[in-house]
Write a protein that binds this ligand. Sequence first.
Ligand code: F6R
Length: 614
Amino acid sequence: MCGIVGYIGNKSALDILLDGLTNLEYRGYDSAGIAVNVDNQVELYKAEGKLQNLKDVTALNRAHIEKSTIGIGHIRWATHGAPTKTNAHPHSCNCGRVAIVHNGIIENYKELRAKLEKQGCVFRSQTDTETVAHLIASKFANTKDLAEAVKLASKEIEGAYALCVIHQDVKDTIIATRRNAPLLVGIGEGEYYIASDVPAIIKYTKKAMYLDDNQIAVLTPNSMKLIDIDNNALTPKIEELPWEPVALSKMGYKHFMLKEIHEQPNVVRNVLAGKLRAIDENVILNEVTLDKDRIKNLNRIQIVACGTSLHAAMVGKYIIEQYCGIVVDVEPSSEYIYRKTITDKNTLVIGVSQSGETADTITAIRQAKSKGSHILIITNRPDSTMAREADSLIPVSAGIEVSVAATKSYMAQVISFYLLAIYMAEIKGSVAVQDLERLKKELVLLPQKIEKVLSHKEDVQVCARKFANSKDFIFIARGINFPTALEGALKLKEISYINATGYTAGELKHGPIAMLDESMPVLSILVKGGVYEKILSNSEEAKARNARMIALTNSEDTKLTDLFECIIRIPEIDEMLSPALAIVPLQLLAYYISEFLGKDVDQPRNLAKSVTVE
Ligand code: F6R
């Protein structure tokens, strides 16, 4: 949430900052701003709304701003204070000599603000961040040492933050520090880049250092000093970033979301590579460090996640219970952390997260870790905070996901759950070998089936045009595809703002059926298998209430044409693996409806890709 960039070196900072912010736009896009130092003067440029507005503002003064070889920038997802120009970062102090950008929430900002106001600080914004700017300025007034000022200020701040600070009187220095919010320093030749996330800097350098909590980096064009909050010198741990700049291109697709949907066949291949080597060989999952006896003795698994990752976790519950016979509870992280949870050393706690930075999930896994549970993390970001908390880490290898609406990372998470379930079932001997072999064979065939769906999108496009103007949408399914219904509905509401809800088909008649009339589309996920007839009969009930019926099915049953106005077909697939295939047309449906309505597909309103605040 919110993106930070910084640059210090021998090049002009302006384009590096704007470019970095462009690649962090998925983190928020309410407003944006930069601070530079031109002719020994700190200058702020800010704009409300999309980043383009800031680009337009800086274009008016480009020749002047370009002179600065130091700068910090910010793209905002508003928490405290409306998304206005005044509340946009960077923030400054009374004299305007300090400029800071911040990601996170300062919990004690009201107390700090009251204290600073008494000392004469004049606040311009409603943000929590501005308190930090005044606080650092007041510390600097006493110490004349920017690193010391940041260190003293951070001792008074409660909450989460990643901060970048410049000061007019120390014109060749940027200070970067963090606590419970991600920040990394990219290392170039005579230059340093700072960013909340890799995409902002990968074009410039692959060498970087991730800051840990309470570390302070003091950067000049030719030096980097790392200290902790008690002034101890630390040795920077420099890493090679595992990403390629090409991941950030749309590769000819109109939107990142469409590109990422089309990447899914290869994502499945990547997740399976090296783990599922042959149908008659056991799955290899060296990433799971829990020893075999502990796996055999597990009495419970708890999975914590949010949003789309939560839906992947729900598929995970279904397959682990089915194949491993272990009780699995799935809970939104934001609920898990505010109640008494029962975990012990025989409980495996799994955190699922695309970003690995979702604040609620980080808190949930830390809570479970403190009770002695083994923590397994399934994430697309092996470089994330969550990955670093893991006892076992399954990186899902979907590649950087830029579109705010998660698609390929969901696929990768779901496939990882299949591998985990098979791996544990093979250790426990909890299911017949033939059943596991059938599932493995289906997994190997899955990429081709997804390709088939992607090459026959016409049904989906027709359906999207027909239903794009609906105000509401209902998705129904049963069993293992209930999470598919929830995820299909989430995708649609996220990017088209249509009020969409997923229900278990059997629940329809216990209340939701009252909403059905000739204006309500009901999409039934009708995959052949144990609950096919049941969903069909629930669909008949909905049709009898005049709902407009859509089927997503792998059945050739001729009676479907009478019942359904639109039929979206998927290839034959074993019911147990069907969530991984059935979700693809639903992602496409949401995409085409959003595109048809002219919505901002990749950056839907009010959302941010990485939710780093609780
Ligand atoms: C939906 C979406 C969000 C995220 C949720 C959790 O398309 O992207 O619902 O799934 O914010 O984020 P991660 O997976 O990064 O923990």
